[in-house]
Design a protein around this ligand. Structure first.
Ligand code: ATP
Ligand code: MG
Length: 844
């Protein structure tokens, strides 16, 4: 039985094979053809066709065929290979074969032990069966080499080119075809040969191969061949396309798969995935429970969604989480219920603070209005006063009394708007501003919110914090306060804002306009004594684990502490000093391990506190030339200070010493000019401003020497020095002077009068316009004193100089303490009736 076996080796020696065929064909002359025509052994081929010029290996195992091959080889005969029509048939006879075949020469034969042989044949020429002669011992036939025809020479050329072109394209898809093949093809000149060579090298069914073999019209053969070539090319192209698509699909899938694998690996490395999800879910729960406004909740959930898509290793994730936590922690709808029982509130306030009636009353009023009209947007209270007068602690008491939460932030030194309003989240480490932080700390949206040191905010290139504060404090705007960090409006309209300042004049004007200022001017000695006895001492004794049986203070001791161990308008230093005594007593108590009771007397203070720390200015002991007593306002209250002027021969220089501030120096200039203008009137030395140097000195380093309020004191000392008339030692004064000798009002009257009282000075000269300030002075202070209210410098001199008959002036309005008391009573009545408020004066 014949087998076909296409050997790969086939084409490797194709060129040499072709050459061989050429030479072989040359041998086939007319006579050979005739010889062939006579009779030839037939080799049936199953599922295969050999074309002329083709070299093909064939495995043969049927006995008939082996016999044929044996004979053909031994007798060097040609054979005719003919394809079997019905390829499934077992026993092959002549009638099972096609009518066309190929005459072949056996090139090689190899015998196998199983009686089969392998031969390599070479196609030589087409053969047409004329008739089959016999079936045994092998099939024999009479054949003819048919005449081939060319119907159209030109068309054939075109067909050939086409075929070569397509064939070349086909081979480019098939790696088993070598480049050599192209060269071989281009070297075949004969059309029939070309067609057969191509036919033998492409993928065709047996029937198709047979069809091509039978076409004797070469034009037709090429047309048919072209059809098959095109089909093959199309198939190959399609195949390549499919291949590509499959490949890219695979690539895509692969890529995704690989990326997922990688992501999983990274996540594992970072130890997350499930934890992230549970964290986000936990936050989601909290968001839902936080009772946020709808808009806020939406934003929070949106942020959580963003988080879910992020890796927790990213900084962005932490930023988002912190943000959501802030949203959760804000008391969006937490409100404490106000206690508006006014009596109880008053009790609370009295419990912690001595006196301060004006302030307490204002607070009660505020609450009364709230009680009547709950939606009223109350004004912002602003407590103004020196340190330690209880501004902060009042705020705490208010919160306690109203049953509200209390928060306090200090605005001192803030220069950056974002301190108030927060940083945008795009900044590294961004946080909300102090307002929102305060609200979060309070844990309710209606706390008492104290903004300390509002007079100490600054402005610079980072924006104006005051402008941001305006938005916070303005009831028209603060229901939707926008913090840069939160980026969501927060309602501040229920917050009870209280601001504090030491100096009203340093509060930015637009802020001041929105606030109701309540001044807490500082305490008198007497008030301090009360505060110490009733509040500070019991508080400190308690705080140090002592009791009032163990430690007592005598009144004199407390007064000595106030006078010589503290210098302040408030009571903070006093509180500290008391605390330091308590500490020492506690130590003693613990060390001695027995009941002690200590009564602190004035004489014991040096033991506990060391030598006296402060010395107060006091009245001069004698009437002196060139020395006048002035009254000064300091942050720590008022003080008495002497102004000295000495006139020495010179060239008219004005020497100022004692670290005087600029305004005080100008006051000195004004006083000098005034003296010059009144030189004749006051009988001052002629041309004194040319012949003398004038030296003005203000001793005592501790006192602030700034402001115009020393004007009349300087002028008095100067005129005394020039006229050689002494100044009365029991007169103290304060007031600004103009060039024409007018006396202008000053600030700090209360503190100044208190200091004069403390220095035991009986007469005080004050500008007439300051009379209204007497409302604030406790009557036990002014009762023992006389007050001279003046408008002109002449009046000052008339009172202050010991010899004054040459001065042509009245002495202004003189009021003794009793008279003032009477007048004040009238005034108070009037104020109550008209609700008139005393006009505020700037502090000098
Ligand atoms: N009238 C008063 N009665 C009782 N205690 C007082 C009174 N005034 C102040 N104190 C006490 O003095 C101490 C200091 O007060 P606080 O801290 O409130 O001063 P402040 O005005 O806020 O000062 P600063 O301007 O420095 O902030 C507190 O312990 C306070 O209780
Ligand atoms: Mg304070």
């Amino acid at each position: 039985m014949e087998e076909r076996n296409i050997d790969k080796l086939l084409f490797e020696s194709a060129e040499s094979a072709i050459a061989e065929i050429e030479s072989e064909l040359e041998k086939i002359d007319e006579s050979t053809r005739k010889k062939i025509r006579k009779e030839i052994g037939v080799l049936p081929l199953r599922k295969f066709t050999i074309f002329p010029y083709q070299i093909a290996p064939i495995l043969i195992s049927s006995k008939k065929s082996v016999k044929l091959i044996d004979e053909a080889v031994s007798l060097d005969k040609l054979i005719c290979a003919i394809t079997i029509k019905n390829e499934n048939k077992e026993e092959i006879n002549a009638e099972d074969l096609y009518q066309f075949g190929t005459v072949c020469k056996i090139v090689k034969m190899l015998r196998f032990p199983s009686n089969s042989v392998r031969i390599v044949v070479q196609g030589i020429a087409r053969a047409q069966i004329v008739e089959y002669i016999s079936n045994t011992p092998y099939i024999k036939a009479k054949i003819e080499i048919p005449e081939e025809i060319i119907t159209n020479e030109k068309e054939l050329q075109a067909l050939q080119r086409n075929a070569i072109d397509i064939f070349n394209r086909i081979t480019s898809y098939l790696p088993q075809f070598s480049e050599e093949l192209k060269i071989i093809i281009s070297n075949i000149n004969e059309p029939s040969k070309l067609a057969d060579f191509i036919s033998s090298n492409i993928n065709l069914s047996t029937a198709e191969r047979q069809e091509l073999l039978e076409h004797l019209d070469i034009n037709q053969r090429f047309e048919r061949l072209l059809f098959f070539l095109n089909r093959e090319l199309e198939l190959l192209e399609l195949g390549a396309k499919i291949q590509n698509r499959i490949k890219s699909e695979l690539d895509e899938k692969n890529r995704e798969f690989l990326l997922r694998q990688e992501l999983e690996a990274i996540k594992k490395e970072l130890g997350e995935s499930d934890e992230v999800l549970s964290e986000i879910n936990e936050l989601k729960e909290k968001v839902k429970k936080a009772n946020m406004p709808e808009e806020v909740e939406k934003e929070a959930l949106r942020e959580l969604e963003r988080m879910a898509k992020m890796s927790p290793g990213f900084a962005e994730y932490t930023v988002s989480r912190t943000y959501v936590e802030w949203l959760i922690d804000m008391p969006w709808s937490v409100v404490t219920e106000d206690n508006l029982d006014l009596k109880r509130v008053k009790e609370f306030l009295d419990e912690d603070h001595y006196n301060l009636e004006k302030v307490k009353e204002r607070i009660i009023e505020y609450l009364a209005v709230r009680k009547l009209k709950s939606d009223v947007k109350g004004p912002i209270l602003c407590f103004v006063g020196p340190p330690g007068v209880g501004k902060t602690s009042l705020g705490q008491s208010i919160a306690k009394a109203m049953n509200r939460k209390f928060v306090r932030i200090s605005l001192g030194g803030i220069r950056d708007e974002s301190e108030i309003r927060g940083h945008r989240r795009t900044y590294v480490g961004a946080l909300p501003g102090r307002i929102i932080q305060g609200i979060k700390n309070a844990g309710s949206k209606n706390p008492v919110f104290m903004l300390d040191e509002i007079d100490k905010i600054g402005v610079d290139f980072r924006g104006d914090p005051a402008a941001a504060l305006l938005e916070v404090l303005d009831p028209e705007q603060n229901h939707a306060f926008s913090d840069h960090y939160l980026e969501l409006p927060f309602d501040l309209s229920d917050v009870f804002f209280i601001t504090t300042a030491n100096d009203k004049y340093n509060i930015p004007k637009p802020l001041l306009d929105r606030m109701e200022v309540i001044e807490i001017p500082g305490y008198t000695e007497d008030e301090k004594l009360h505060i110490a006895e009733e509040f500070l001492i019991p508080k400190k004794i308690d705080e140090h684990g002592l009791s009032k049986d163990i430690l007592k203070f005598s009144k004199e001791a407390i007064l000595e502490i106030i006078r010589y161990y503290t210098r302040e308008a408030g009571v903070r230093e006093l509180e500290r000093t008391i605390a330091s005594i308590c500490r020492k007593v506690a130590k003693k108590y613990v060390e001695e391990k027995k009941d002690i009771n200590i009564h602190i007397k004035a004489s014991d203070l040096e033991v506990y506190l060391g030598p006296k720390k402060y010395r107060y200015g006091s009245a001069e002991t004698e009437d002196e030339i060139g020395v006048a007593t002035g009254l000064a306002w300091t942050e720590a209250g008022g003080d008495v200070l002497s102004i000295e002027v000495s006139v020495i021969p010179g060239t008219g220089k004005l020497i100022l010493t004692g670290k005087l501030g600029e305004i005080m120096q100008e006051s000195a200039q004004a006083a000098l000019s005034y003296a010059r203008s009144k030189a004749t009137e006051f009988k001052l030395p002629e041309n004194f401003y040319k012949k003398f140097d004038i030296h003005i000195h203000v001793p005592e380093g501790a006192v602030t020497k700034e402001g115009p309020s020393a004007g009349i004191t300087i002028a008095t000392a100067l005129i005394s020095a020039l006229s050689k008339i002494p100044v009365r030692k029991d007169v103290a004064m304060t007031g600004e002077i103009t060039l024409r000798g007018k006396v202008l009002p000053i600030g700090g009257v209360k503190e100044k009068v208190l200091s004069a009282h403390r220095a035991n000075i009986k007469n005080v000269i004050l500008p007439l316009e300051n009379k209204k300030d007497f409302v604030e002075i406790p009557k036990e202070i002014y009762k023992t004193m006389n007050f001279h209210f003046v408008t002109k410098m002449e009046q000052v001199l008339k009172i202050a100089l010991t010899k004054n008959d040459f001065i042509n002036s009245d002495t202004g309005e003189i009021l003794s303490g009793e008279k003032i008391e009477k007048k004040l009573k009238e005034k108070r009545k009037k104020i109550e009736k008209t609700d008139e408020k005393p006009v505020e004066q700037p502090v000098v």
